[in-house]
Structure formats: structure tokens, C-alpha cells
Write a new protein. Structure first.
Length: 339
């Protein structure tokens, strides 16, 4: 059996429909909830920062405020969860998608830059995690492997990283999993990756602007892979590696497919929109029948840097149904792992 993505979330929808899934993250403010925005940001009068060359940045992710200490506390909680996973034979690898303002710092507004504290925050989290024995992938370093002559690291007027960045981070994740000896068993023939294709559409941040300004910002080039015939997906395969995260790792941008291709192993996927948060998303997977039936050897848990200061009880960041105090969250985690 070929390595595959084993999740209904990773279906073989055509590229235009998959693009609509991405745009579903950004309904206009007057049309309903912005499901990729933290709840607190939905009430903000200005949700977008305009940078150089018509680049857009999410205003709810500060590139100057120092919240490093809160982020390190969250790293500690991740460490507790990773320890519980390890006790049940599951290696946890953490991927933090860098702040868009970090990845495209040269496109920030004139005179703007990352504050020294924010500039050092990503490295501080990785160092803190390493000191605690956690498996952190340096996704910020992986940005250097993106061929920017073909694509940008993040999509100009969109919240998300580009598909080329998603693949570069997937390769770094696969290298990390292989180097740590997290996976057992034989590899098989890698699943095929589709050809690169290009389309023009408005980025999700552009859709937050007034119509006239949206037209001035213009459409973006979305360079993604076409899904091959069957998409390389077979829903009945047991994942060796399970990806749990948000829209950065959704199939449209190609992270799980590239991970399966590079590892030559079955990869499962559970992703939800950003307002659900990483804590509830992990519980949803661990409490699912799929996990009870077949536990993976490794779990790749993906976060966004801009949300790293917020634990499971962060009121105003996650939707109401996702908020849970830390102690009950850990209790549910332990119970799910023991099933």
C-alpha cells in the first residue's frame, strides 16, 4: 500500500473547490464570523495592516508586543502534553508557523519592524523547548529553503504561508522525524505529488478591506499542486504519522501530502480553523474513534506563532465551545490516551 493521507479532511476535492475552502476562512466582517481570526480580533475596527508593495498583515498579531514569557509557559504545557503522549508510545513533534511579519519583515509598512523581543521570540521558544527535551521543528529556518524566485514565503494579501513554504516545512518536519528515530517499520513507494498550477484570486486578508480598497490591493497568485487522480488518498489506511493543526496544514496548501511523500509513510490529518485553537483540535482527534482504533507512532502538532501565548483557557481567543481550563484539558488528554 502506498503512503497516503488518511483523513476525510484530506479529500480529493478539485483545486477551485479547495481554494474556496481557504477563502471560507475570510468572510467579510458584515457577512459573518471570521473563522480564521481569534475571537478578540473579530471586534477590531481595523483587522488588516497595509505594508509595502500592497502586502497585507493581520492586525491581531502584534509584531512589537513582548509576550515571550507567556509563550514559554505555553511551551511548558505543550511539554506536559508531549510527555503524556510519549508515555503511550507516541512521539510528539511541534511545528510553529512563523508570524507573517517575521517571514516577510521587509514588506512591513515604512518605518515598521519587529521589536527586538518579537525578533528573538521564536528562537527563545525553540531553545526553551529544546532545554525541556521537546521536538521542535525550526520552521523559521525552513523559510530559507523556499525558492522565492518561484513564490513568496507567505501569500501577499493572505494570512497563510505559500504552498512552497508548506512543503519546505513539511520536508524539515520529515527530516526531523527521521533524525530522531521516531518511526518504525518499512517505507513504501512515495505517493505522487501533483503538478504545480497557478490561479488568481483575492487573498483572505484582502477580503476584509472595503470593496474599493480590496480592488486596489488586487488579486494574488495562488501556486498550488493539483491533486493527482485519486489525490494519493485512501481513507482506510492507518496513519503512521498524524498531523493535528489549523488551516496552515490543510490539504490545499500541501503540507500533509508533502510529508507523506517525503516520509514514504501514511499520514493522517486533523485540522480545524484558527478560532477552534490547537488545544481543542488535539482533544477532538484523541477522543475520536479513529485514534481509539489505531494510534499513530508520531503526532505532528502545529501551532501559529501569533497564538503561542494562549493556553486552552484563553477567553477571547478561541470560540466559546473550545475554551477549557488547563487541568480539565489535561485530564481529558490523559483519559483519551488511555482508551
Amino acid at each position: 500500500m502506498q503512503p497516503i493521507l488518511s483523513s476525510p479532511d484530506a479529500g480529493t476535492v478539485a483545486a477551485p473547490r479547495r481554494r474556496r475552502l481557504l477563502l471560507a476562512l475570510a468572510a467579510a466582517p458584515f457577512a459573518g464570523a471570521l473563522s480564521f481570526l481569534p475571537c478578540a480580533a473579530r471586534a477590531a475596527q481595523q483587522a488588516v495592516i497595509e505594508g509595502r508593495d500592497r502586502w497585507l498583515f493581520p492586525a491581531w498579531e502584534s509584531y512589537v508586543d513582548d509576550d515571550t514569557s507567556a509563550c514559554l509557559k505555553v511551551v511548558d504545557l505543550i511539554g506536559v502534553a508531549a510527555g503524556k503522549l510519549a508515555a503511550h508510545g507516541i512521539r510528539c513533534t511541534i511545528v510553529v508557523a512563523p508570524l507573517k511579519a517575521r517571514a516577510a519583515a521587509g514588506e512591513l509598512p515604512d518605518g515598521a519592524s519587529l521589536s527586538p523581543a518579537v525578533a528573538q521570540r521564536y528562537a527563545a521558544m525553540l531553545a526553551h523547548g529544546k532545554q525541556a527535551g521537546l521536538d521542535f521543528v525550526d520552521a523559521a529556518a525552513a523559510l530559507a529553503n523556499v525558492d522565492t524566485s518561484q513564490d513568496s514565503t507567505y501569500i501577499r494579501a493572505d494570512y497563510h504561508w505559500s504552498a512552497h513554504t508548506a512543503e519546505a516545512v513539511a520536508d524539515a518536519t520529515a527530516e526531523h522525524l527521521s533524525a530522531t528515530g521516531a518511526l518504525r517499520g518499512e517505507t513504501t513507494e512515495p505517493p505522487a505529488l501533483g503538478d504545480w498550477t497557478e490561479s488568481m484570486d483575492y487573498g483572505d486578508l484582502a477580503t476584509l478591506l472595503p470593496p474599493a480598497r480590496k480592488r486596489e490591493i488586487g488579486k494574488d497568485r495562488f501556486i498550488v499542486r493539483e491533486a493527482p487522480g485519486d489525490g494519493g488518498l485512501l481513507a482506510d489506511a492507518a496513519p503512521v504519522v498524524q498531523v493535528v493543526g489549523n488551516s496552515m496544514v490543510q490539504p490545499y496548501l500541501g503540507f500533509p501530502q508533502r510529508l507523506a511523500h517525503t516520509l514514504a509513510r501514511p499520514v493522517g490529518l486533523k485540522w480545524t480553523f484558527g478560532d477552534t485553537g490547537p488545544w481543542k483540535t488535539l482533544l477532538d482527534y484523541l477522543e475520536s474513534p479513529a485514534f481509539a482504533k489505531q494510534k499513530p507512532q508520531a503526532l505532528v502538532w502545529q501551532f501559529n506563532e501569533g497564538q503561542m501565548a494562549y493556553g486552552p483557557d484563553a477567553s477571547g481567543q478561541w470560540d466559546a465551545a473550545s475554551i477549557i481550563a488547563e487541568a480539565p484539558w489535561l485530564d481529558r488528554l490523559e483519559k483519551a490516551l488511555a482508551q
